[in-house]
Design a protein around this ligand. Structure first.
Ligand code: OAD
Ligand code: ZN
Length: 250
């Protein structure tokens, strides 16, 4: 079945269709698109490039093994970028929704920035890691870290064991964090709302099919259809800051 597609200039009928029921249990998945209007470039939007490098060439275990300085320069720059921007109306709308739904709300983000937290979200899981955390490659315990490491001589070492410290980021070829917890949440949800992700990076791009198999309502919001569009019941075309503030409880 084809999804219902509407624009974010909603008719009353569309607005009613977008309402959540007070006893809904909402699973939200966000991607780079939710931070785009804060000024952070999406992967697609930047052509997947950074300083002439393909993102895949700086966001893999192989890149880390070959050139940790390059990898740390990349993530230091992303830390700088994230520190320079503010959460937008979409981040705030999601935090407000969490206030209403309380423990019937779960936010899983593919984003490594902290804009959801800064907008007030609490129950949030960063499946691809967190920009402002690092971890020792041996001890593996993540810790808060807002520093920039941009030259070989400043690359961080573990205080406990002296091993290299890496960004606490899930790279291509690594397994996203706490998949078990994510699937448990998907299992209890009554609505899956996906926002601003191109639907081509797995396993996140597969959540909608799992939700669909369970027969729950699936909604996508973003300015263009994602690659996995056919798996959604409803697609709302529009920027996250336009669509999300209109999402309300019945
Ligand atoms: P992409 O850059 O692949 O896709 C960004 C999506 O955001 C696109 O579908 C755009 O249409 C949408 N978008 C753009 N502006 C928007 C707006 N104002 N409001 C809503 N949506 C908007 O980013 P992701 O799908 O998040 O993984 O990328 C998924 C993963 O691939 C990332 O987490 C990262 C990357 O490689 C890792 O680093 C492991
Ligand atoms: Zn260590």
């Amino acid at each position: 079945m084809q999804p219902t597609i509407s624009t974010s200039f909603l008719s009353q009928h569309d607005r009613d269709a977008m309402k959540l029921l007070a006893n809904d249990r909402l699973f939200v998945l966000t991607g780079a698109g939710v931070s785009a209007e804060s000024g952070l470039a999406t992967f697609r939007g930047s052509g997947g490039l950074w300083n002439g490098h393909r993102v895949e060439d700086v966001a893999t275990p192989e890149a880390w093994d070959a050139d940790p300085e390059l990898v740390w320069r990349f993530y230091s720059m992303r830390r700088r970028d994230a520190l320079a921007v503010e959460p937008n109306a979409a981040h705030f709308a999601l935090a407000a929704l969490e206030d209403q739904l309380a423990d019937r709300y779960y936010l899983c983000t593919q984003n490594v920035d902290d804009l959801h937290e800064r907008a007030g979200s609490r129950n949030i899981h960063h499946m691809h890691g967190s920009l402002f955390q690092s971890r020792c490659v041996e001890c593996e315990r993540p810790f808060g870290d807002r520093s920039f490491y941009e030259t070989a001589s400043t690359l961080p070492k573990c205080r406990d064991c002296g091993s290299p410290v890496r960004p606490h980021i899930v790279w291509f070829g690594e397994i996203p964090l706490d998949m078990e917890g994510i699937y448990a949440q998907l299992d209890r949800a009554t609505v899956l709302l996906v926002i601003g992700t191109s639907g081509c990076v797995y396993p996140a791009a597969g959540f909608v099919r799992i939700a669909r198999q369970r027969g729950i309502r699936t909604i996508y919001a973003g300015p263009e259809e994602p690659e996995n569009a056919e798996a959604f019941d409803e697609i709302i075309l529009g920027a996250a800051t336009e669509v999300l503030p209109k999402l309300t409880l019945k």
